[in-house]
Design a protein around this ligand. Structure first.
Ligand code: FAD
Length: 453
């Protein structure tokens, strides 16, 4: 008997329910990854994520080879390829991790239909949530939680399953052809390395050295004291069940605060599972008449390129371009700046993030953007973050700005946050742009647009 395991956002061997189920009873297994044509066509194949993905696939292949197996890689239409591989291997079942985007839900449906016609069973497992699978808990009268705090209360009450070990051996049937693993270029210079090994090493280091100070330090922009595990959680090179359980074992206030962030990830996933249209349309329409590429081209370009004249915004936007990653506090304040101070459509910002983020994730990115824009699940949709106040609070000494905005590296202390206050010749000497908008004008425009008087 032969099973196919279709890997998608679960590129690991440890704690992998589909692989465990597929290999039960000493079955032969075809570990399969399909480079999906539709993902490229939809513009989701950003170079940073493709490069990280290539690392993940190489590492998965290496891990499988150590166990006597190998990874089969194909490209094309994912459903056609799975059917083709199932036929070549003589498989009678296919295992897959459930996922929440509209595309993933449709993929599962198409796959089920196509495999049924071939007499092959499809088994779908929960492999991307730590505690609560999307839709498994709901509040009275709704199919999902729309507010985080009550969701989190439920989430903490759920006991997650035990962590599964990696398989000792994987037997792959002969005669199933594989393509070469791709190589990618043109990526961010400071891009992190992908793969399960890198993920596990990152998790171990985080539990040893980082997590205990997370509660106090996670918002410190210059301190860079978050786990940076997001790309591994996005590609599933780390299992969220294992991350949560090991964090809980580490214990303390830091671990508690960290686990709460992982619950945010699952909160957004259950929203998107119930409302897949929230990837593109307002979750709670506020009737905004956003500025767009047609009406705010120069402002949008300045934002994308990190030359808005607000140093902390520009620092974060440059970090994004350089590393393919941005600190959460940076994401919050740059998104607030674009949507509220410049009154630009959140979809334009979300698209730019997805073009560069190595952890770019439909659920987390689109729903966090909506949260900041006030069209999502924030219960205070009209709050506006001032980049100057944010900078003073989360980069009090200005070290983060000096790291990413070299034009300002010579300005000491918090003065770096307001270069427009420098005196005439000093200001000209730094060669740094004037602010694209006065914050009070931006705020007034936003309040008018939202009918706040
Ligand atoms: P840590 O602080 O160490 O947190 C641990 C993990 O918890 C993260 O890896 C992530 O999986 C999860 N997490 C933390 N904060 C959030 C949050 N607010 N929402 C959901 N999950 C969270 N995260 C993504 O993974 N992909 C995205 O595309 C993404 N886009 C974002 C866009 C905006 C506008 C904002 C405000 C946030 C976005 N986030 C996104 C959430 C968050 O910023 C990142 O998960 C975090 O910065 C990743 O760094 P870390 O792994 O060091 O996080």
């Amino acid at each position: 008997n032969v099973s196919v395991v279709l890997f998608t956002s679960d590129l690991r061997l440890h704690d992998h329910p589909p692989l465990r189920a597929a290999s039960a009873g000493a079955r032969e297994v075809v570990p399969l990854f399909v480079r999906d044509r539709a993902v490229d066509a939809a513009g989701f194949a950003a170079p940073n994520r493709l490069a990280f993905l290539a690392d993940c696939l190489r590492d998965l292949d290496a891990g499988l080879r150590e166990r006597g197996g190998r990874l089969v890689v194909r490209s094309g239409d994912v459903v056609e390829e799975v059917c083709r591989v199932a036929t070549e291997a003589g498989a009678d079942e296919v295992h897959l991790a459930a996922d929440v985007s509209r595309y993933a839900q449709q993929r599962e449906k198409r796959l089920r239909h196509a495999l049924r016609a071939e007499g092959v069973r499809l088994h779908v497992h929960d492999a991307v949530t730590a505690a609560v699978a999307p839709g498994a808990v709901t509040p009275a009268g709704s199919d999902h939680f729309a507010v985080f705090t009550p969701y989190f209360r439920r989430w903490t009450q759920e006991r997650s399953r035990d962590v599964l070990g990696a398989p000792r051996a994987v037997r792959v049937p002969d005669g199933v052809g594989s393509e070469q693993l791709p190589v990618y270029r043109g990526v961010s210079e400071g891009l992190a390395a992908g793969g399960e090994r890198a993920g596990r090493a990152g998790l171990a280091a985080w539990l040893r050295h980082g997590i205990s100070a997370y509660a106090e330090r996670h918002d410190d922009l210059a301190g860079d004291a978050t786990s940076r595990l997001s790309p591994h959680l996005h590609f599933g090179t780390l299992s969220p069940v294992e991350v949560v359980q090991r964090a809980r074992t580490a214990g303390g206030a830091g671990a508690e605060a960290f686990v709460r962030q992982l619950a945010w990830r699952e909160f957004h996933r259950q929203v998107l599972a119930a409302r897949p249209d929230a990837a593109v349309a307002d979750y709670r329409p506020r009737h905004d008449r956003w500025r767009t590429e047609l009406t705010a081209r120069e402002d949008i370009d300045a934002w994308r390129e990190g030359r808005t004249g607000y140093p902390v915004v520009d620092a974060a936007m440059r970090q994004l371009r350089h590393e393919g990653w941005m600190h959460n506090r940076g994401r919050l304040l740059t998104a607030s700046f674009l949507t509220k101070s410049l009154y630009v459509d959140w979809r334009i910002g979300a698209r730019h993030f997805l073009d560069l983020l190595v952890d770019g994730d439909v659920a987390n990115n689109q729903l966090n953007w909506q949260w900041v824009a006030g069209t999502g699940t924030d219960t205070r949709p009209n709050r506006v973050l001032s980049p100057v106040a944010q900078a003073r609070r989360f980069d009090p000494d200005g070290a983060y700005v000096r790291r990413w905005v070299p034009e300002l590296a010579g300005i000491e202390g918090a003065a770096v946050h307001q270069p427009w206050k420098l005196r005439g010749p000093d200001r000209a000497a730094v060669g740094y742009p004037d602010p694209v908008v006065e914050l009070s004008d931006g705020l007034a425009r936003f309040r008018r647009a939202r009918g706040l008087g």
